[in-house]
Design a binder for this molecule. Structure first.
Ligand code: GAR
Length: 218
């Protein structure tokens, strides 16, 4: 029987724990999509090993071999499109993407960011949250638009910040939430329940004014 599940391409730069959650879900039959390929801008990272172990085709496109963002993103697009994806998932992909790239995948490009967006866009979110003395932190899955970490939000996972937390313990707690909410969002997309409509998130036919929130005690 032909495999008609939605095809997913995952872009990574590092460890790939979010990728692993998707791989595990596919193996368990609960992803409702199939990971067609994994692409990294860095060779030798653990995420590539995870994909290879699962028998998923991998590609490496070193950004350093390109003299401009446009050139890198062009190569990336050609490689992604070679997998004919229905959905492109950024899972710890640490490159800023050009507007042309983002527009090409509009409505089928998801990102996960380690903060409760719109709070703390950008890098080093765990450090910033600790320095600010925040009581709560988390992660957000959103559609990608031209605005960095600013696209329509889909789902957030909250965690408490403990007084004895350091960046590592906090990152671990957020990471557990990330894997849960990313899987949920990817599954919704694959089921045809989640879409970008007129620049806003629509879930089960209803526009979301606020993202779905998952609680702080996973
Ligand atoms: C995750 O925490 C993800 O939210 C973050 O990188 C990590 C990748 O972990 N992404 C960003 O900061 C994007 N701006 P993983 O490789 O183990 O999935």
């Amino acid at each position: 029987m032909p495999n008609t599940l939605p095809r997913i391409v995952v872009l990574i730069s590092g460890g790939g724990t979010n990728l692993q959650a998707l791989i595990d879900a596919e193996a368990a039959g609960s992803l409702e999509g199939t990971i067609a390929g994994v692409i990294s801008n860095r060779a030798g990272v653990k995420g590539l090993e995870r994909a290879e172990t699962a028998g998923i085709p991998t590609r490496v496109i070193p950004h350093r071999e390109h003299s401009s963002r446009e050139s890198f993103d062009g190569a990336l697009m050609a490689t992604i499109d070679g997998f004919s994806p229905d959905l492109v998932v950024l899972a710890g992909f640490m490159r800023i993407l050009t507007d042309a790239f983002v527009q090409h995948y509009q409505g089928r490009l998801l990102n996960i960011h380690p903060s409760l967006l719109p709070a703390w866009p950008g890098l080093h979110t765990h450090r910033k949250v600790l320095e600010a003395g925040e009581a709560e932190h988390g992660a957000t899955v959103h559609f990608v638009t031209e605005e960095l970490d600013g696209g329509p939000r889909i789902i957030r996972g909250r965690v408490p910040v403990h007084t004895d937390d350091d960046e590592e313990t906090l990152a671990g707690r957020v990471g557990a939430q990330e894997r849960r909410i990313y899987l949920e969002a990817v599954r919704w997309f694959c089921q045809g329940r989640l879409r970008l409509a007129n620049g806003e998130t629509e879930l089960d036919g209803t526009r979301l004014n606020e993202p779905v929130d998952r609680d702080k005690n996973p």
